[in-house]
Design a protein around this ligand. Structure first.
Ligand code: ARG
Length: 582
């Protein structure tokens, strides 16, 4: 249990000893730090229950608190607010406790097995900034869930089965009609055929094919047929599809690697297809399928509902299955293979309706135990200066690769070439650029749209990734310079800056719990910034390496060490790596 939770429990007991019982006692950090570190606001409520004057109750509780030497300067303000200050001796002890076991100061969540479905890159299409947010947030939530004692399993859920693939294969056929894949009489081994196509080609082919389909209805029809052929595993076509998926997957893996995003499962929509027939059987059996113009649909609108809710399209009239269908079949697959307590889906806000339809159909078909929590975790868009989704200079959709490149250019202007060895420059720039992008992405509450200004967020000052990295590296460097000096015990607390740091450290468990509850990383991002600022203030005020008082110097180093480890831990939760130097 965290230090602050323990304290809450003890204060709860003291209040009880004073003769009052609070339903749920929470120690609130004070809004008036001049009056105390924490405040107890329960007396007004207790007054109603015990029919007493709140001030009188506050006096009773104050007396009890005064008998405990962990609290000082206990005072009552207004109608009955109790302000308390934590004694320095208690804070000294708290630092030693954290120093001994850093993880003791974290409150675990109830164990749950959670599948996190994020990233969602589409095969043969370039990743764009929407995929960045899904990957960033999903990866961080996975790490947070694991830190808090859950078992989080990540799945990339690649888009590898829908019409885009039909389009790509069709366009390849138009360009290379003589490829053996399109020759029905070919009897050789497809795996041996070398394909004259790279991932860059694929990324170029898709937008062209997609444009053609918009302009030419015959082309669109051909693409539909091609999609059906893939889904029917037609010899040759299916083999080409496999090859394309292979090429694309390799490129997608590289980019997720750069983003420090990793998956336990690399499944795609196509991996759910073995479960589609079972899905259809269940839906038939439950009698929830309706035929509509040759398509099979599931009505998901509630009778009492007035707002529009379109039906879920299960099988299109041409026989192909949809994105909804693969999501439903994936639920059957996940239940069989993993049996999770929760499934979290990260996709941008425009997919909210899709997931609502999928969840309703899941419930109707009873695909999974109703106790299993299916949760859609949407997010806002990363916008450019004009407040519209981030675009390239010529107005096109910004690919993730171009975005990373752009931020790297900004980073290159700012690193210190005197201290970063030449052979490390490339790697360092990459780490800083990713930190820049990720941290900027975590500052706003998850569903808030935000403006990404590459130059501003690349600054080494202000609320930015580079500022956090720079400060963390400086802590490490101080600790290295002091490695001959004892750094075991926290002895004395005498300066205000240290005190502020310790009080901030005590707040960690609440920040983690809150982030987990709201499934947004903004609390952690903010906390890191506050802690780092407080530390930097302390660093500026004290000449740690020159300090002659050994106990004081050791205390300062211990505190530095804790803040350093805390920064590393939280940056790691955010999926941000720290370079050696910058
Ligand atoms: N591939 C989808 C896209 O790019 C995202 C997938 C989200 N996950 C899911 N299970 N549908 O929009």
């Amino acid at each position: 249990m965290s230090i602050i939770k323990n304290l809450e429990k003890d204060i709860y007991d003291l209040i009880k000893e004073a003769g009052y019982e609070v339903e749920r006692f929470i120690l609130k950090p004070s809004d008036r730090p001049d009056l105390g570190d924490y405040q107890i606001n329960d007396c007004m409520n207790l007054a109603k229950i015990y029919h007493k004057n709140p001030k009188e109750i506050a006096e009773d509780i104050k007396k009890k608190l005064e008998s405990d030497d962990r609290f000082t300067n206990i005072n009552i303000a207004g109608p009955g607010f109790i302000n308390i200050t934590l004694s320095n001796s208690f804070l000294v002890q708290a630092v030693n406790q954290m120093n001994q076991n850093f993880y003791n100061n974290i409150d675990k969540q109830e164990y749950k097995k959670i599948i996190l479905d994020y990233g969602g890159a589409n095969v043969s299409k370039a990743l764009h900034v929407g995929h960045l947010r899904s990957a960033n947030i999903g990866e961080a939530l996975k790490r947070l869930a694991n830190l808090l004692g859950c078992e989080a399993i990540s799945d990339a859920h690649l888009g590898d089965y829908g019409r885009p693939l039909g389009l790509v294969l069709l366009e390849i056929k138009k360009r290379y009609p003589n490829l053996e894949y399109f020759n029905p009489n070919y009897e050789g081994n497809y795996e041996k055929i070398s394909l004259p196509i790279t991932n860059e080609d694929l990324e170029m082919i898709y937008p062209i094919a997609s444009q053609k389909a918009k302009e030419d209805i015959e082309y669109l029809e051909e693409a539909r047929i091609m999609t059906l052929k893939i889904q029917n595993h037609e010899r040759g076509i299916y083999d080409l599809w496999k090859k394309i998926v292979g090429i694309s997957k390799e490129a997608i893996k590289k980019i997720y690697d750069i983003l420090n995003v990793s998956y336990d499962l690399w499944n795609g929509e196509s991996d759910a297809t073995p479960y589609v027939s079972e899905l259809l059987e269940i839906c038939e059996e439950k009698k929830i399928i309706t035929e509509s113009d040759g398509a099979k649909i599931i009505e998901v609108k509630e009778e009492t509902e007035t707002s529009p809710m379109p039906p879920l399209l299960l099988v299109k009239s041409n026989g192909t299955i949809s994105y909804e269908t693969t999501d439903l079949a994936t639920i059957i697959q996940r239940k069989k293979e993993i049996n999770p307590d929760e499934i979290w889906y990260l996709a941008d806000e425009r997919q909210a309706l899709h997931f609502e339809q999928v969840f309703r159909a899941t419930k109707k078909a009873e695909l999974i135990d109703s106790k299993v929590n299916l949760e859609y975790i949407g997010f806002g868009t990363m916008n450019g200066e004009d407040g519209k989704p981030f675009k390239t200079r010529d107005g096109g959709i910004m690919s993730l690769k171009s975005l990373i490149k752009m931020v790297k250019e900004e980073t290159k202007k700012r690193i210190n070439y005197d201290i970063v060895p030449q052979d490390k420059v490339e790697h360092t720039v990459e780490l800083i650029a990713i930190a820049t992008l990720k941290y900027a992405d975590f500052i706003p509450y998850r569903t808030t749209d935000y403006i990404f200004n590459p130059s501003k967020f690349s600054e080494v000052e202000g609320k930015t990734g580079p500022y956090l990295l720079y400060s963390t590296i400086r802590m490490k460097s101080l600790l290295e310079h002091a490695k001959e000096i004892k750094q075991e015990t926290y002895h004395v607390l005498q300066d205000e800056a240290s005190r502020n740091i310790i009080l901030t450290l005590l707040k960690l468990p609440n920040v983690l719990t809150k982030s987990f509850e709201i499934k947004s990383l903004n609390e952690i991002a903010e906390y890191l910034y506050i802690l780092t600022n407080k530390y930097n203030k302390f660093y500026m005020e004290n000449k740690i390496l020159n300090e002659k008082n050994h106990n004081l110097q050791e205390s300062w180093l211990v505190l530095t060490n804790i803040v350093y480890r805390m920064n590393l831990l939280l940056l790691d939760v955010l999926g941000i790596k720290v370079p050696e130097k910058m």
